[in-house]
Write a protein that binds this ligand. Structure first.
Ligand SMILES: CC(C)(COP(=O)(O)OP(=O)(O)OC[C@H]1O[C@@H](n2cnc3c(N)ncnc32)[C@H](O)[C@@H]1OP(=O)(O)O)[C@@H](O)C(=O)NCCC(=O)NCCS
Length: 162
């Protein structure tokens, strides 16, 4: 285990690992937030890397107007502080890009994600009932169950002021 302080933060240009993780965890590399679809292949990405080059965390984000959107946040070293540091890096980059708030989307099953974001000060900003069912009817590969096999139907949005 490496302390999060020793991880190296880099802009990610080769998004192949992130896209692979998205396909495995979500079934698509397109993410819907506020009913707008973002393709993780096309927007900005940041990563935290161990001294040996292996990946500790990856994030995908973009800005529209005064709102930044966190389209993916994946930790490959759970419980070691990598996601907290990754989120801090996205917040820093979003502020620098002029964003006034940061939004994230979680599916209804994602209790660890809900805990993670609310522990970091995010507040709920919207619940879109059956939004994932509707999205899955267009993109059938979207996963059907998630955390503890909970069926995935709805989108929960959270936001934090920057
Ligand atoms: C949600 C997710 C990003 C959290 O990642 P993580 O790396 O486990 O998160 P961190 O380690 O940074 O923080 C988790 C907890 O570990 C604690 N922690 C951090 N460093 C620690 C350490 N060295 N020792 C013990 N605990 C530590 C943190 O304080 C935090 O606890 P808290 O929330 O009670 O304060 C991760 O579960 C994940 O990748 N999920 C799948 C993708 C996903 O759902 N992403 C969110 C939607 S995009």
């Amino acid at each position: 285990m490496t302390s999060p302080g020793r991880l190296e933060l880099r802009v990610v240009t080769d998004k192949s690992e992130l896209l692979r993780i998205m396909m495995a965890a979500w079934g698509s590399h397109r993410m819907m937030i506020s009913l707008h679809v973002y393709d993780v292949a096309e927007i900005d990405a940041l990563g935290l890397f161990e001294p040996d080059g292996s990946t500790a965390a990856l994030a995908s984000w973009t800005v529209r107007g005064e709102t930044a959107y966190l389209c993916a946040l994946h930790s490959l070293r759970p419980g070691e502080g990598a996601a907290i540091r990754m989120l801090d890096a996205v917040i820093f980059a979003a502020r620098k890009a002029g964003a006034k708030k940061l939004k994230a989307m979680l599916t209804n099953d994602n209790m660890p994600g809900l805990t993670f974001y609310q522990r970091r000060g995010f507040r709920l900003s919207g619940v879109y009932l059956e939004a994932i069912d509707a999205y899955r009817s267009v993109v059938p590969t979207i996963i059907k169950t998630g955390y503890k096999d909970i069926p995935i139907h709805d989108a929960i949005e959270l936001e934090i002021a920057l």
